[in-house]
Design a protein around this ligand. Structure first.
Ligand code: FAD
Length: 480
């Protein structure tokens, strides 16, 4: 049996469900990666996330080659072109089955259904596996048979069902005998040819790794992801106490790897449970807290699968579509450039712009500032994050933005608006984080740095935080 594995956001050799199952059931196996830059751009996939994926893919190509699995590369433009191209490829490569790991945003699901239907004509079965999440979306339902809309009951139900070590990573995929009978390239109509070289850059995407192969200081790939996971093993016990302090850098920094699949969520769970004798709760606070964060990721992925409107830029709570969002482009520009005059917001946005990543606490602070204090449409912020994060993920990002904007599934009422100054004093007490990213304020002491006096070279706050908070609350309460 000849198989083809279609890689997407699962760019690793180890513990890759589709790859493992394909290798187990096929005597000869090839892999394919398809780029669709036009669709990706319409999804706001930015240069950082796309460059990170391509760099991970390059490393994976070598690991696959060592398993005698050739990796083919195909450049198309849109998802709509994929089914036809795969039909041609399946015919020319004479494959008997196609394997992939399931993806849950709406357009991905439509694409995958169309691929399955198209290959049916050739009698080539398509197997989509659960791999991005621990449980398949839809597996957990409320007593009323519905998808969970609130995190805490979802988490409770998850732990009640899966509290033990049900998610052991898979063994390495079986090595193929040889790859000699796979062609070097084949011609595909309506796109570029199927080749074995991964281009440096794609049409519309220009970001390249630096001389040491890093993107914004991050080393892409499965090996680097595994190193990060190992390094975090020694720090996880402090996670509960330290994770909210951006200056301490006490979180795992695994999100770019988890997002493109260079690290699997099962590998993360296995590492964490090994530190708590297999207990999800009650074993070790750091471990429980970190597993809880992985469950936020799980929750948002289940949510995007259950509610198609989330993939369509619609608010989870329909009534919040009536918020008269401001479209003040100047203020939006000040926000994203880190020039709001509110030091913690500016430091956070500058962290995003220079590192392709932002600390979770600060993501909440800047999102609240944009959507509540500036009353700017959450979709503007969501899009900016998608275009600039190395870990940009529709499910987590949309979930995070709608949480902050009170348009989403959050159980906390709309009148909880983060005060950026109190957040700053509480979580960056000495101002170390601000000093790192806002050098204009470096000379200020720990009292002045959170809310500086008028300074040459640093803007005055672009809004009055107390007044704008009141206004936002009035707007939201008017929706009832
Ligand atoms: P850790 O604290 O070490 O957590 C471990 C892993 O759990 C993370 O790598 C991530 O996969 C997952 N995780 C942690 N917190 C969350 C959360 N709140 N929601 C979903 N998953 C979580 N995360 C993304 O991966 N991609 C995004 O595009 C994204 N956008 C966000 C936008 C906003 C407005 C907010 C508030 C949060 C967003 N998050 C996003 C969630 C979170 O901020 C990041 O996952 C986290 O900061 C990544 O750092 P880490 O790997 O060190 O996380």
């Amino acid at each position: 049996r000849r198989g083809l594995v279609w890689l997407r956001n699962d760019l690793r050799l180890r513990d890759n469900t589709a790859l493992y199952r394909a290798a187990k059931s096929c005597g000869a196996l090839a892999a394919i990666y398809i780029t669709c830059p036009q669709t990706w751009q319409s999804h706001d996939d930015g240069e950082p996330v796309v460059a990170f994926r391509l760099a991970c893919l390059r490393e994976l190509q070598q690991s696959l080659a060592a398993h005698n699995i050739p990796l083919y590369f195909l450049e198309l433009q849109t998802f709509a072109q994929v089914p036809r191209a795969l039909v041609q490829i399946a015919g020319k490569l004479e494959i008997d089955a196609l394997f992939a790991n399931a993806e849950y945003p709406l357009n991905e699901r439509h694409r995958d259904a169309a691929v399955r239907a198209a290959l049916k004509g050739l009698r080539v079965p398509v197997e989509y596996s659960t791999d991005r999440t621990l449980l398949p979306p839809g597996a957990l339902k409320t007593a009323g048979g519905e998808a969970y809309k609130v995190f805490t009951p979802f988490k409770r139900a998850f732990i009640a069902r899966c509290g033990g070590d049900d998610f052991a990573p898979l063994p390495l995929p079986r090595k193929m005998n040889d790859e000699a009978d796979w062609p070097k390239w084949i011609q595909v109509q309506g796109g570029n040819n199927l080749v074995r070289t991964i281009p440096e850059r794609l049409q519309g995407y220009g970001l390249l790794p630096d001389g040491a192969g890093r993107l914004y200081g991050w080393t892409p790939g499965e090996k680097a992801g595994a190193r990060r996971l190992r390094a975090f093993r020694g720090e996880i016990e402090n996670y509960a106490d330290q994770r909210d302090f951006p200056g301490l850098d006490a979180t795992s920094h695994l999100s770019p790897y988890l997002n493109c699949g260079a690290v699997s969520v099962r590998q993360c769970v296995q590492m964490a449970l090994a530190r708590s004798s297999g207990h999800w709760v009650g074993g070790n606070d750091g471990v429980s807290c970190w597993l809880g964060e992985l469950l936020w990721r799980e929750f948002y992925t289940h949510l995007i699968a259950a509610f198609p409107r989330l993939s369509m830029h619609k608010p989870f709570k329909p009534e919040t579509d009536r918020v008269p969002w401001s479209s003040d482009r100047d203020r939006f520009r000040q926000w994203y450039a880190g020039q709001t005059g509110v030091p913690i917001v500016d430091a956070a946005m500058r962290q995003l712009n220079t590192c392709g990543w932002m600390h979770n606490r600060l993501r909440m602070v800047v999102a609240s500032f944009l959507t509540k204090n500036l009353l700017i449409d959450w979709r503007w912020g969501e899009r900016y994050f998608m275009r600039h994060l190395l870990d940009a993920d529709l499910a987590a990002n949309n979930g995070g933005w709608q949480w902050a904007a009170s348009t989403g599934t959050d159980a906390v009422p709309y009148f909880r608006v983060f005060n950026p100054y109190s957040q700053s004093k509480r979580f960056d007490r000495d101002g170390e984080f601000i000093r790192q990213f806002v050098p204009e304020l470096r000379h200020l002491d720990r009292d002045a740095i959170h809310c500086p006096p008028q300074l040459a070279g640093y803007p005055l706050p672009i809004c009055d935080v107390a007044q704008s908070r009141k206004h936002a609350i009035a707007v939201f309460s008017g929706l009832k």
